[in-house]
Design a binder for this molecule. Structure first.
Ligand code: MN
Ligand code: MN
Length: 322
């Protein structure tokens, strides 16, 4: 293990109890930039794309707090991400709470610097529109594959008289901008009542694989994971995890809950099932603390970030020839 790797370990339990100190993601050091990192954890405290119940702007702060419960090793797959990779908290993306387009520019610039430094981005939103500027920063070499966990397809065209940028539209924009390859995209957990029976037409016509929640339970978890691996293949792949994909029993603190979702354990197993893919970044979005009085949704968000960190660290380690 290199000295640099040692330098970004969470503090030893003997030195500092987990409830003490300033809250950072997984108790990692807070650093100014991603230059010395393999994986950069960050927050995007912004919910200006929210169409219904706002609050996800408060997600990063609460996820950081809940993430102090995370330890070092994932016992299910044996991955110890802080031993494989240099990981730290690079803080929050700059945002403008009263200007959507300015925020998209600011967030894209923040992630472009992380990627230029050679680090893999793993972030906490924020509403789901934050994934669009992240993909703009990430997909400069061509469209990436996408594993998208969500109750919603987020491929609407416009809201409120032609407005194109909301948390219901990021993946339509990402297809139009050639940031994701729709034929290397899988959406898992889709459900909820519709405004219009043609709501999934765009996703299906573009060739996205849409796994509605009924099909998820009919096929079973292992078959859905195998399908996800087949769809994204060997190419670079991003993972976007909207906590409303989970049943609201597990993650009530979100703006657009839909009953009848998958469980936290199923989500953990699906993320672990992505190990070995060429994963180039990930996010956890739509944790909305104002609707999360128990704090459990923030803990769920932190835990999903840790599961994603483990498979990202494994992928980054293997890309380095480890
Ligand atoms: Mn979403
Ligand atoms: Mn959603």
């Amino acid at each position: 293990m290199s000295e640099e790797t040692d330098s970004v370990q969470p503090p030893n339990l003997d030195a500092l109890p987990r409830f003490a100190g300033i809250a950072t993601f997984m108790r990692l050091p807070l650093v100014d930039d991603a230059d010395a990192l393999d994986i950069a954890l960050s927050g995007v405290p912004w919910d200006g794309g929210t169409t219904n119940r706002p609050g996800a702007r408060h997600g990063p702060r609460e996820i950081r707090n809940a993430s102090s419960l995370i330890r070092r090793i994932n016992p299910a797959n044996g991955i110890a991400p802080f031993a494989l990779c240099r990981v730290a908290d690079v803080g929050d993306a700059p945002v403008n709470p009263v200007d959507v387009m300015d925020s998209l520019t600011r967030v894209q610039g923040f992630f472009a610097r992380i990627i230029a430094a050679g680090a893999v981005p793993l972030s906490a939103g924020g509403d789901h529109l934050v994934t669009l500027p992240i993909l703009r920063a990430l997909a400069t070499g061509g469209p990436v594959g996408l594993v998208h966990f969500d109750a919603h397809s987020d491929t609407w065209d416009t809201y409120f008289g032609g407005y194109r940028y909301t948390h219901g539209t990021p993946f339509r924009r990402a297809v139009e901008e050639h940031l994701i390859d729709p034929r290397r995209t899988i959406q898992i957990g889709i459900r909820g009542s519709l405004y219009d029976e043609g709501e999934l037409d765009f996703a299906l016509e573009q060739g996205m694989r849409v796994v509605r929640i009924e099909e998820f339970y009919d096929l079973g978890l292992d078959a859905v994971v195998a399908e996800a691996r087949r769809i994204v293949g060997d190419g670079p792949t991003y993972v976007s995890f909207d906590v409303d994909g989970l049943d609201p029993v597990y993650a009530p603190g979100t703006g657009t809950p839909e009953v009848g979702g998958f469980t936290t354990h199923e989500a953990q197993r699906m993320i672990r099932g992505l190990a070995g893919l060429d994963l180039v970044g990930a996010d956890v979005v739509e944790v909305a603390p104002p609707f999360d009085p128990s704090g459990n949704t923030a803990l769920v968000g932190a835990t999903m970030m840790f599961e994603l960190l483990c498979v990202l660290a494994d992928a980054a380690h293997r890309r380095r020839g480890g």
